[in-house]
Structures are given as C-alpha cells and as structure tokens.
Design a binder for this molecule. Structure first.
Ligand code: NAG
Ligand code: NAG
Length: 144
C-alpha cells in the first residue's frame, strides 16, 4: 500500500508534469526562452531580451495575463516562435512618436504598424518603456 506521503509525492509529480507539459507544448516551436528573475516586468524582460511588448505578450498569452502581473520567479517564457521572432527592437522614450522612431530606424511606418499590432493607427498609444519591433523584415504574426 502507498503511504499518505507517497500519494502526496505522486500527486505532486502529476501536477508538475501537467504544468510543465503545458509550458513545453507552448514553447515547442520556441526560438528563444527566458527564465523570469526577481524584479522582472514584461517590459523589463522585453527591453533586455530584444523582444517586443506585443510579441512577448502574444507568445505567452496562455500563462501571462494581459496586465502582466502574474509573472513567477523561475517561470520559463518563450520569447519568440521560430520564423516569427523579431529580435530587433527599440524601447519607446518619453516624447517619442512613430515618426521619430521610423526616422531613427529607417523603416516604413507600415512596417512598424504591421510588426506591432498593438499600436493604434494614429500611433497615439505608445508609452515610454514599451518595446517595439523595429526590424525592416515584416513578421506575419498570427498567420501560421
Ligand atoms: C539586443 O540588441 C542589442 C542591439 O542590437 C545588442 O547589443 C544586445 O546584445 C542584444 N541583447 C540580446 C540579449 O540579444
Ligand atoms: C535574430 O533572428 C535572426 C533570424 O530571424 C537570427 O538569424 C539571429 O541570429 C537572431 N539574433 C539574435 C541576437 O538572436
């Protein structure tokens, strides 16, 4: 017979497998991963790992809530999906505009907007600390 302790251990292994099974399914096609450390926020991670705010949120939408207030130290995030991983980024500064960003990076506004679907059409909702994909390559998010 199993002792209560053994049953507890078995239950914990099952829960752990379920949790990490979910993560590995999500990250099976992952180009880059990152392990959360103390003090991280989504935009801090985005800035230091060259991943856009939009891409980080979208790729991890199953485990990170939209407000990004449920990060756990030690949690493994996928930073980008193979073939859809923009790794050329720019952190929005105070006073920035899409015009300043496209001038500085030399990319068309249409590319900036396509690669950052969270920016509204008049570009009035960018904020300091937000991380934008500023690659000249157009990424087809959500189409594969
Ligand atoms: C992020 O990009 C900058 C500028 O290209 C580069 O210097 C830095 O090494 C990159 N960091 C990572 C983690 O890839
Ligand atoms: C950025 O992504 C390209 C492929 O899109 C890859 O060749 C390159 O090594 C990546 N650079 C970094 C610093 O991850």
């Amino acid at each position: 017979m199993f002792s209560t302790q053994n049953l507890l251990a078995i239950a914990m292994v099952a829960v752990t497998a379920a949790v990490y099974g979910g993560v590995s399914a999500q990250t099976s096609n992952c180009a880059r991963t990152y392990t959360v450390i103390s003090g991280d926020t989504c935009d801090i991670i985005s800035a230091k790992e060259n991943v856009s705010t939009f891409q980080l949120a979208t790729v991890n939408s199953a485990i990170v809530d939209p407000a990004c207030d449920n990060l756990a130290v030690g949690e493994v995030l996928c930073l980008g999906i193979v073939g859809q991983d923009c790794n050329i980024t720019d952190v929005v500064q105070s006073g920035d505009s899409c015009g300043l960003i496209t001038d500085a990076t030399g990319i068309p506004l249409s590319t900036l907007l396509t690669n950052n679907p969270n920016i509204n059409t008049d570009c009035s909702n960018i904020y300091p600390g937000e991380v934008l994909c500023t690659s000249s390559q157009v990424f087809a998010y959500g189409t594969s």
